[in-house]
Design a protein around this ligand. Structure first.
Ligand SMILES: *Cc1c(COP(=O)(O)O)cnc(C)c1O
Length: 361
């Protein structure tokens, strides 16, 4: 199998050696031992700081999508109303998931490459009366970082839960779970945390717990067993001790360096990436720089380049970036500079390779 010296895929990101080490160790039984539960509780405390919340943070085994499915299924039943806000694939994806699960679903789309107008959201929410409003903080496939702060008030006005996917932003951009009124905050391990795709984490507000309890959904991805489970030393399955040990390292590293330092590093690297692209005459997908995420840059494929040709030429030179999918497939390519990849040297090298490839044509 081929490997690449310059990895700039927007997740899963490169996993530093130090975070792989716990996988080489043997632990005991993750579902039985006090030591594991203490680790779980410590990770939960660290995640509260990471996500700026007093709420419980559930840590489940499973890739990031597990958090999305688990949140929806834990608080909504078929026939319930879901308003999915969208300016990209994950935003729309929530709506498609909702339809598939039999919820009465409306999708409110922003104009191409732009933010949603909070007043339009308010009007739609008032007219529709959803039980849950979903949105995505960093819309990874389109490189947008959506403002979430105005939505908390809208959700409260219509008595809806606010469910936000911050899988690709938290740790690289400021996430204020409580201040923004997020009832279900969703996180995965393979983005800024720079871990293997093994864990999904969900910050659950008291309002969201009440809804989950009223519904009583059961299933592998269900949140409810995690409400009392860890404190009662009883889990619904054998947890991933290796991944939990690795999560502990990543969180401790980010928090001891400081969240502000992490945000600044991501912002500086993202700015350099965009600056270099502009220099090469490569346009970004978002309507303006102000809308861009500090964790990923979505750019338009340069004239005369197909995704296949660009991807092939970059791989030949030892570099791998992300393509896009859905309506953006073949139009957009993406540079992931989050977590371990928010590294000025790495991104500068990557931009050198890209510039060389474009010039060689
Ligand atoms: C990566 C990501 C997820 C997790 O899903 P994947 O299967 O890893 O794509 C969910 N939401 C967002 C916004 C993501 O970037």
């Amino acid at each position: 199998m081929k490997t690449y010296a310059i990895g700039l895929v927007p997740g899963p990101v490169s996993v530093p050696r130090a975070f792989r080490e716990p996988y080489l160790e043997d632990y005991g039984s993750a579902d039985l031992e006090e030591e594991f539960f203490l680790l779980y509780e410590e990770n939960e405390r660290l995640l509260r700081r990471f996500l700026k919340t007093e709420n419980s943070v559930v840590i489940q085994s499973g890739e990031g999508m597990c958090a999305l499915w688990g949140a929806l299924k834990s608080v909504l039943a078929p026939g319930d109303r879901l308003l999915a806000l969208s300016n990209g694939i994950f935003g729309r994806g929530f709506g498609e998931m909702g339809k598939g699960l039999g919820f009465e679903t409306r999708i409110l789309e922003a104009p191409e490459g732009e933010f949603l107008d909070p007043e339009a959201v308010r009007a739609e929410a008032r007219a529709f009366g959803p039980k849950v409003i979903t949105f995505v903080h960093c819309e990874t496939p389109s490189g947008l970082l959506n403002p979430i702060a105005p939505l908390g008030a809208v959700a409260r006005e219509v008595d809806a839960l606010l469910c936000v996917d911050y899988v690709a932003s938290a740790g690289g951009a400021d996430v204020r779970t409580d201040e923004w009124g997020i009832d279900l905050g969703l996180l995965g391990s393979q983005k800024v945390l720079s871990l293997l795709p093994d864990l999904s984490m969900t910050a659950v507000s008291p309002r969201a717990w009440a809804a989950a309890e009223a519904l009583g959904y059961q299933g592998y991805d269900a949140l409810l067993p995690w409400r009392e489970g860890p404190a009662e030393r009883y889990l619904p399955y054998t947890h991933n001790w290796h991944a939990m040990a690795s999560l502990n390292r990543s969180l401790n590293q980010i928090l001891s360096d400081g969240l502000e330092a992490s945000f600044a590093r991501h912002a500086a690297v993202a700015a350099r990436c965009r600056e270099r692209l502009a220099h090469m005459g490569v346009a970004i997908y978002p309507k303006s720089e102000a809308l861009c995420s500090p964790t990923v840059t979505a750019a338009l494929l340069p004239d005369g380049w197909s995704w296949k040709a660009l991807d092939g030429a970059l791989r030949e030179r030892g570099m791998v970036v992300g393509g896009s999918y859905g309506p953006l497939a073949g139009k957009v390519f993406r540079i992931g500079h989050m977590g371990s990849q928010a590294d000025m040297d790495l991104v500068s090298k990557g931009m050198d390779v890209l510039a060389g490839v474009l010039k060689a044509r």
